[in-house]
Design a protein around this ligand. Structure first.
Ligand code: SAM
Length: 292
């Protein structure tokens, strides 16, 4: 077994706000009955469902090695009869019983990269009981113009101890970066929605245009991309701004630093890559239009 594979679960298990948000969401959503955990990994969400009274949990995991570890977790916790591991691609699984609650956590840094809503759509069509609940119920991706502190943006900064580095900027092709902000960036305008997906209603994000209006004067440094997942009514998770222990980075498209005023408009064209999973291959074409 490739033991390094499992290390990706370290960051997810260490992200306490993530786990606590799911715990609270499942506390409200589970009312006995059957729960399906799609992409169950180390059973982090399955165990929470059991803690909140699920009668039976089906834990669906595509990766055979991870599924084997999940089986060992179930055995050590004496879950025989309460939890069944189903190894396979959730898009093709048909459970012996319909689920009253389907839970999943496959959000990418921007939201859609892990295709959670598409997978949940295929899974729930076969396996969700009438009137059943899906956690999360909605996944949104937002873009926002930002100004940040001096947090390692050397190349894109216009001031290096009083000297200029714009010659370097002009020679470097902009590329999306992933960032954990030490301090929340200033949002210079209201976020715009790039994608709004529900289970069963998710379509791949296509090349698309958006316009952001500047409503706070400042220095425009970048456009940030992030997700908000509505787990249940009133309980949501977002990776913006970064929080302590957050396992999702914020997607950042750096811009040449420019002073902006209220009423300026930043127009962007989003160009998703063919392989949606390659988050740093998402590209933005940006044009700033000065207001009057
Ligand atoms: C982000 S991890 C979440 C693990 C766990 N639910 C948690 O919250 O800690 C996603 C898991 O989903 C699994 N997965 C990805 N695509 C899947 C699919 N189509 N069907 C079943 N499992 C899948 C991955 O192997 C991985 O273990």
């Amino acid at each position: 077994m490739d033991q390094r594979r499992l290390l990706m679960h370290q960051a997810m298990l260490a992200d306490r706000p993530r786990v606590i948000a799911y715990d609270r969401a499942l506390e409200g959503a589970v009312r006995g009955g059957v729960v399906a955990d799609v992409g169950a990994g180390t059973l982090a969400l399955s165990l929470l469902a059991l803690r909140h009274g699920a009668e039976h949990v089906y834990a669906i995991e595509a990766d055979p090695q991870t599924a084997a570890v999940a089986a060992a977790v179930a055995e050590r916790n004496d879950l025989k009869g309460r939890l069944t591991i189903v190894q396979g691609d959730a898009r093709e699984v048909r459970l012996p019983r319909q689920a009253d609650v389907v839970v999943s956590e496959m959000m990418g840094n921007l939201g859609p990269e892990e295709q959670m809503m598409e997978i949940l759509g295929a899974f729930t069509r076969r396996n969700l009981a009438r009137g059943g609940r899906v956690v999360p119920k909605r996944l949104l991706t937002h873009l926002v113009p930002i100004e940040f502190d001096r947090e390692g943006w050397g190349l894109w900064s216009d001031d290096y101890f009083g000297f200029r580095l714009d010659a370097v900027q002009e020679s470097a092709a902009p590329e999306a970066q992933l960032c954990f902000f030490q301090r929340p960036p200033r949002m210079l305008g209201a976020p715009v929605t790039l994608a709004d997906h529900r289970p069963g209603g998710a379509r791949p994000v296509r090349r698309t245009r958006r316009s952001m209006t500047i409503d706070r004067p400042g220095r425009l440094h970048a456009v940030a991309g992030y997700f908000t997942a509505a787990l249940t009514d009133g309980i949501s998770l977002t990776n913006m701004p970064s929080y302590s222990g957050c396992n999702w980075a914020v997607w950042v498209w750096p811009l040449r630093h420019t002073s902006v005023s209220v009423g300026d408009e930043l127009r962007v064209e989003v160009r998703p890559p063919d392989d949606v999973r390659q988050v740093t291959d998402w590209r933005l074409d940006c044009a700033l239009r000065k207001g009057k």
